[in-house]
Design a protein around this ligand. Structure first.
Ligand SMILES: Cc1cc2nc3c(=O)[nH]c(=O)nc-3n(C[C@H](O)[C@H](O)[C@H](O)COP(=O)(O)OP(=O)(O)OC[C@H]3O[C@@H](n4cnc5c(N)ncnc54)[C@H](O)[C@@H]3O)c2cc1C
Ligand SMILES: NC(=O)c1ccc[n+]([C@@H]2O[C@H](COP(=O)([O-])OP(=O)(O)OC[C@H]3O[C@@H](n4cnc5c(N)ncnc54)[C@H](O)[C@@H]3O)[C@@H](O)[C@H]2O)c1
Length: 459
């Protein structure tokens, strides 16, 4: 009998597994595909690795004729490097899990009753079960769908296509289009509405579109894909309005769907929809000792690695508290409900877009002060000549930062600093009581931010 069995081994599962094992609980992770899940093997990590040489090239391009030779990226070499770095990660994590005393069970988990999970012919009993089965790529249901590829295929390409088409206007489509454009490929993006990256500050999205268009990316807005046909190794994509595109490779990036099928939800009466598993504010399913975590949840907050890890850690605390009888099982529901802090979002394009806190458009509607900090222009020495890099902030009545949106190459790291400032409601005075390393990209933005928070006009 296990204390806790996890179905899935991604971030939504393993953070809790390690925490619970450290409390001497008997824990197992069931994984049907690759240990450690999507982010580690087929998502965030390989993506950022494949993008990293283009970041360097972009720096080189911005610094202009300082360099006498512009290096070129070899996709084949890059793939070799990817396998060298990414492939061993699952083994390293397996070592961590083994050391922690966590059992790894390979195979597909199926809940057969409220305390039992079956893998193949073997049944395992547990006091608690955590469902962390994640999501898979959505596939358009159109004639020729067998010619469509997904993010996993893209990140395993043996050679890079000269003509590549992405369907969708979300994270995956735009991040990969950004990589493909750096390769000099002819890139097309089919978007079925008039917007991409809807959750981001739209003026920054417009700046990104302009940049990508300069780099050979063509956007086809308000177009739906009708069919794909193959002839002599080339593909023809036809949209409902009759536009046709000849291309070598098509990535269907029309979203991801939660893995709720064939895990026994119906057997134990767990509620779910096509958006995922329904849980209460303690991440309990309709069966109180069965929790759900991560991408498989029906949730309104973004489905990201840090939110999956946060939920995982939260579930571990819930179980530890219940087991330590800090609260009687009857009172367990009185444990604190999950409360998400400010969640930063980043689109890993070149340049990157990021944001945290209240969206700037919402803050504008609320009458908050909106300020644009052109840190790339003011601090050219620090920001590698990135003249258009900027941060837009919304200041509330107390001059605290309610929300921030950044456009620039270092937007991912800079937004972490802003997350801290937003979450802790830091004032200019709080920041002035701290000393930061200089010169650095973060100190530059902080100095300019403090001026705005003191409400001095620097224009
Ligand atoms: C291309 C790509 C890029 C991304 N980039 C970012 C990024 O930059 N930043 C970010 O924050 N997020 C990013 N994400 C999202 C991030 O990967 C997910 O939010 C995160 O992986 C969710 O973790 P999870 O544990 O819920 O699911 P997963 O990591 O998907 O883990 C679920 C696991 O459950 C297993 N499983 C499913 N059913 C069963 C079963 N019945 N039995 C046993 N095992 C089962 C699956 O095989 C899988 O390994 C990206 C995603 C993709 C696809
Ligand atoms: N940087 C990051 O944090 C990052 C990067 C990649 C992926 N992710 C996560 O992975 C998940 C999947 O990313 P994604 O880009 O596939 O999804 P997404 O939801 O970001 O974008 C899907 C896109 O497809 C479009 N679409 C949906 N149905 C369509 C249809 N029938 N026809 C045409 N277009 C359609 C949507 O309008 C949207 O533009 C998201 O949960 C995201 O949070 C995050």
């Amino acid at each position: 009998m296990y204390d806790v069995i996890f179905i899935g081994s991604g971030h939504a599962a393993w953070h809790a597994a390690v925490a619970l094992a450290s409390q001497k609980m008997k824990v197992a992770l069931i994984e049907k595909d690759t240990l450690a899940g999507t982010c580690t093997n087929f998502g965030c990590n390989p993506k950022i690795l494949l993008e990293s040489p283009f970041e360097v090239l972009d720096d080189i391009d911005r610094l202009g004729d300082i360099f006498t030779n512009r290096p070129e990226v070899s996709w084949e070499h890059l793939m070799r490097y990817k396998h060298k770095v990414i492939d061993p990660q699952k083994d390293r994590l397996a070592e961590v899990f083994n050391k922690a005393g966590i059992e790894i069970i390979e195979g597909e988990g199926l809940i057969t009753d409220e305390h039992t999970v079956k893998v193949g012919d073997q049944s395992y009993q547990a006091k608690y079960i955590v469902i962390a089965t994640g999501q898979r790529s959505h596939r358009l249901n159109i004639p020729g769908q067998e010619h469509l590829r997904d993010s996993r295929d893209f990140m395993d390409l043996k050679s890079f296509p000269e003509h590549i088409t992405f369907i969708g206007g979300g994270y995956i489509s735009i991040e990969f289009a950004s990589i493909a454009s750096k390769f000099g490929s002819e890139v097309h993006v089919i978007v079925h509405s008039d917007k991409i990256l809807k959750a981001f500050h739209q003026p920054h999205v417009k700046m990104l579109i302009d940049k990508l268009e300069e780099e050979n990316v063509t956007f086809h807005f308000n177009e739906d894909t009708e069919k794909v046909e193959e002839k002599d190794g080339r593909l023809t994509l036809t949209t409902q309005s009759g536009t046709t595109l000849e291309t070598d490779y098509i990535v269907d990036a029309t979203g991801r769907v939660p893995n709720v099928e064939n895990i026994g939800l119906e057997t134990v009466g767990i509620d779910y929809s096509d958006k995922g598993i329904k849980v209460n504010s303690h991440l309990q399913t309709s069966v109180p000792h069965i929790y759900a975590s991560g991408d498989v949840l029906d949730k309104s907050i973004p489905k990201l690695t840090p939110t999956a890890s946060f939920e995982s850690n939260y579930i571990a605390l819930q179980i530890i508290a219940r087991e330590a009888k800090l609260f009687s099982p009857k009172k367990a529901l009185e444990l604190l409900p999950i409360k998400y802090p400010a969640i930063p979002s980043v689109a890993y394009t070149l340049p990157r877009l990021s944001q945290v806190g209240m969206p700037i458009s919402e803050a504008e509607d609320k009458g908050y002060k909106i300020r644009t900090i052109k840190f790339g222009e003011y601090m050219r020495f620090e920001y590698k000549n990135e003249l258009d890099a900027e941060m837009v902030i919304a200041l509330d009545k107390k001059n605290h930062v309610a929300g921030a949106a950044i456009f620039g190459h270092n937007a991912a790291d800079l937004i972490n600093i802003m997350t801290f400032i937003v979450e802790k409601e830091l004032s200019a005075k709080d920041l002035n009581l701290m000393i930061f390393a200089f010169p650095s990209e973060s100190s530059g933005i902080l100095d300019l931010l403090k001026i705005e928070m003191l409400d001095l006009d620097i224009e």
